[in-house]
Design a protein around this ligand. Structure first.
Ligand SMILES: Cc1cc2nc3c(=O)[nH]c(=O)nc-3n(C[C@H](O)[C@H](O)[C@H](O)COP(=O)(O)O)c2cc1C
Length: 206
């Protein structure tokens, strides 16, 4: 894929009907991890391009209140073992199978991208807005990965909420894990799932 980054202050195209984009959005799905290829995924350059596309997310104050950590190859197991050890320390009853499953947690996809919210004190953009920017970026990562031909799924599971994991990523007090994005070539097509009836959710204030 080619990315044509606009020059700073360039005049950009006005929004115009785009059937291909509507179709892509209507047919997009997260891919179940079992349907993601653990051995085939984006190159380092492609991942950077995916992030260049995704990071055009709305961001009040241009502060980039988020950062990424990528792990692939051997690092996936190394990190999985650390997670399994953290779990075992709190749940000594954990059996061997469970330990093995935790250790292999990140080997289920070719590339794991951790998205961290990094809010800063800001006079106009409260922390809540900075967190929402990070959430929007999460969806944009999924969409951008799909646009490059990769499956992606956003998972948190217990690992996103355990404070003992924070030092592994040099996280500060105010930083939060937004999610782990499992990315790789899709092995099987997704199927449609129930979607909200938006007309029931929409009201009009007069
Ligand atoms: C913040 C966040 C965390 C999520 N964490 C998990 C998770 O830990 N396990 C899981 O099965 N799905 C999780 N999901 C849901 C999947 O990413 C995915 O959205 C869901 O399976 C529905 O698929 P769809 O995106 O195609 O609608 C999470 C979604 C979000 C937004």
């Amino acid at each position: 894929m080619k990315i044509n980054l606009p020059e700073l202050n360039a005049t950009l195209p006005m929004p115009a009907p785009n059937q291909a984009l509507v179709d892509a959005l209507l047919n997009r799905r997260s891919t179940m991890v079992k349907d993601i290829d653990p051995n085939n995924g984006p190159s380092d350059d492609e991942l950077l391009d995916i992030l260049k596309v995704a990071s055009r997310v709305p961001d009040h104050g241009k502060i980039n209140p988020w950062r990424f950590v990528k792990f692939s190859g051997e690092a996936r197991r190394k990190l999985g073992v650390k997670m399994a050890d953290i779990y075992k320390a709190k749940h000594p009853e954990m059996d061997e199978n469970h330990y093995a499953m935790e250790s292999a947690r990140f080997e289920r996809a070719h590339t794991i991208l951790l998205l961290i919210s990094s809010p800063i004190p800001h006079p106009k953009a409260p922390e809540f807005e900075q967190l929402m920017s990070a959430g929007g970026l999460g969806f944009a990562i999924n969409l951008a990965a799909n646009a490059f031909g990769y499956a992606a799924t956003w998972l948190t599971e217990w690992v996103a909420f355990d404070d003992d994991i924070k030092p592994l990523f040099n996280m500060t007090e105010s930083e939060k894990i937004i999610g782990f994005f499992f990315i790789g070539k899709p092995k099987n097509p997704p199927t449609e799932r129930e979607r909200p009836n938006v007309s029931e959710l929409l009201s009009e204030w007069k």
